[in-house]
Every structure is written in C-alpha cells, then in structure tokens.
Design a binder for this molecule. Structure first.
Ligand SMILES: [Zn+2]
Ligand SMILES: [Zn+2]
Ligand SMILES: [Zn+2]
Ligand SMILES: [Zn+2]
Length: 373
C-alpha cells in the first residue's frame, strides 16, 4: 500500500499499524484521529464516495492520477500544439478532455498521445497476455508498455512517466497484496515519481514495495532490483552513505546471481559507480566502469542509454580528479563528444540524457581550457 500515514496527523503507520475506517479503509493512528476526521474533517461527506470508488487506496490513486495527467498535459502543451493522438487520432480526449503529452524519444510528428490512451493500450496488451497464459517472459515484456513507448521503445521520462506510473498503479492496486503484478505496478509508480523529481513520495512507495517483495518472497533477482531502486532514491535524497552500502550489496548480489552480462548487473554497476563518484572515490569508480563498460557495449550496444550514461560518469570521474593529466581531460572531452553525438542521434536533443551529456561536455571543455592555460 501507498497510504502509510494517519489521514489526520500524518503519523507513520508502516504497512499495518493503526486502524482503518470500517467502510472505506482510510487509515488512522487511533480512534481520536478517526473521530475528529469524521466530525470536523469532512470524512462523513466523502466516506461513501471513497468506498464506492474501491476504498482509500484506489480513491487516492484515481485522484493522484487525474492530477498527474493534468500536470503532464500542461507541461507538454507547447510541444504538442496542433498535434493529434497517435492512438485515438484526436487532439482532445473524447471522454476526459485531457490534452496531449510526449515524454519519450519520439520526434517530429511521432509519439503524441493522451496518457489515458497510452494507459488503455498498456492495460489491454497486458490483459491479453495474462488471459492467454502467455510465457512469463512475454508477460513481463508486455508490462514494459507501462513505462516505455511502443513506437521508439525508449523509457518515458519526467511528468509523463509519473502520470503513467499513477495510471499503472490505479489499474492494479485492487489486486491481492501478494500478487506480483501489484508489486510491479508499485515499481512503475516509484520510478515515475523519481523521474519527475518527487523523491520523498518515491521513497515511501519504494520502501513499501521492498517490504512487500520480501514478505511475499519475491525472487532473489527481483528483490535485488527493487533494493537497487530504493538505493537510487536514498541517493537522490542525499543519503549517500546509505545509498552506497545498498548499491554495493545490490551489485555484488547481481554479479553472483546473474553474471556480468546481465542488464540488471550492468545497471547495478553503473549505480554503484555513481555513488563512488559522489563520494569522491574516483579510482574505484574508474576501475568499476572500466570493467563494466566493455560488457555494456557488447551486450547492450553503443547507443543504449546505460552505455551512454556509463561513459558520461567515466568522463566525470576524470574531470573531478585533481591529479588528472591533460591526456585524461582530453579523453573526457572526446568521450563526451562522442557519447553526446550518439545520444542526440538516437534520443534527440530534448532527451534528459542528451542534455546531461552536453552540459557535462561544456564543463569538461572548461576544465581542460583552465588546466591548459
Ligand atoms: Zn493520527
Ligand atoms: Zn471512511
Ligand atoms: Zn488519444
Ligand atoms: Zn516514443
């Protein structure tokens, strides 16, 4: 569950403390808050409505979804002006009247859509796989439609990812707690929240997901992936020591379990390297990337986001090092020039990875100029 606080005083209730409204499952720390909420907080007016919507979690998910769609459409308004949805072919959604979004790597006139249409498409595609009892790999492949574009195959980003996260969560929140799909939906929501910069919210979702995963004995691999995700949020919130401990654990766990060619292992290696750079452990960071980058290039290819990010981090480690030679700095610049070109070609100039690399390139050139002078 996502609602882990008392609805009145915000006391943290974890996954099971406190009490619930008998009708709608809204959570409270105790009877005092519950009574107050009923008498003065207006709960008497909406309790039935919440119950009718499917209970507190579902109601909350629906509400957050509507808000997130409005935020995403607003943020994309400039970019989507004069366009139509590639799914329903309309500019305004016939039912919800929501505007268009685009938050992937599609360019030109491709990839404009309504969040509702993207969500409906993902839901149907996944339902079909489930109904027909397709292979577990196919099922998890189809589930990716919630987080990546069907046209360009790139992951959504920012507010669009966040809106799809709420869409996904609101679609599967009603499933039993032990249902793996429910955990996966929580995962999409957690990542969407992170991508839109809502790290505090992401933290509570990811902590809940991690707890659920362990309680309902998820596979060792999935637990590691979720733990890695949680570590990313700790890192974003500035809990660097906690993040690096978890990331090291996740990396060595993945390496043991899946070997170095696995995408999950490569991702864990990258995240661990990020933490090493943050904590100025630059030699270790460089050694780790030197070990992982050739594998990423071979397994994922030169234009994969992760390969590009690894190269960017390597260049950053070079630039941050006070003892870097001029050759090191030249290497950093040429690495970023090349990675930037690839990112621009594959993902477009507006993509966050492209922007990050291009900003890093400006910085690296500056460091090189200053040092050469
Ligand atoms: Zn309370
Ligand atoms: Zn109630
Ligand atoms: Zn549409
Ligand atoms: Zn796309």
């Amino acid at each position: 569950m996502i609602l882990t606080q008392c609805a009145v005083c915000a006391t943290d209730l974890g996954l099971s403390l406190g009490k619930k409204c008998g009708r709608c499952s809204t959570r409270y720390c105790g009877p005092e808050c519950q009574v107050q909420h009923w008498k003065e907080g207006g709960h008497d007016n909406i309790c039935k409505k919440i119950k009718k919507a499917g209970g507190a979690e579902q109601y909350h998910a629906n509400k957050k979804y509507t808000e997130a769609v409005a935020v995403a459409a607003e943020a994309c308004a400039e970019d989507t002006k004069g366009q139509t949805c590639f799914i329903c072919t309309q500019a305004l959604h016939w039912k919800t009247k929501e505007g268009l979004v685009r938050g992937c790597a599609c360019r030109g006139t491709a990839g404009f859509a309504h969040v509702s249409c993207l969500a409906e498409q993902a839901k149907l595609l996944f339902a079909e796989a489930e109904e027909n009892n397709l292979d577990a790999n196919v099922i998890s492949e189809r589930f990716k439609r919630w987080s990546s574009c069907s046209l360009c195959e790139q992951q959504y980003h920012g507010v669009v990812y966040c809106a799809l996260g709420w869409a996904c969560w609101k679609t599967y929140v009603g499933r039993p707690e032990a249902d793996q799909i429910r955990s996966m939906a929580m995962g999409v929501l957690g990542n969407g929240l992170s991508d839109a910069g809502h790290h505090e919210d992401a933290l509570s979702v990811k902590e809940a997901e991690f707890t659920m995963m362990r309680r309902f004995s998820g596979s060792a691999r999935n637990i590691l992936l979720v733990q890695g995700n949680l570590a990313n949020t700790y890192a974003e919130l500035g809990h660097s020591e906690k993040a690096i401990r978890m990331r090291q654990e996740v990396y060595s766990g993945c390496l043991r379990l899946e070997g170095e060619d696995d995408e999950g292992t490569l991702c864990a290696a990258y995240n661990y390297a990020v933490s090493l750079v943050t904590l100025e452990r630059l030699e270790e960071a460089k050694a780790l990337i030197n070990r992982s980058l050739p594998v990423a290039r071979r397994v994922l290819g030169d234009s994969h986001n992760l390969t590009l990010e690894m190269r960017w981090k390597y260049a950053e480690a070079l630039c941050r090092d006070d003892s870097a030679t001029l050759d090191d700095l030249r290497e950093a610049v040429s690495t970023l020039e090349d990675a930037g070109r690839i990112a621009r070609r594959v993902m477009g100039g507006a993509h966050p990875t492209t922007r990050t690399i291009e900003t890093a390139l400006q910085h690296a050139r500056g460091v090189l100029r200053a040092r050469s002078a």
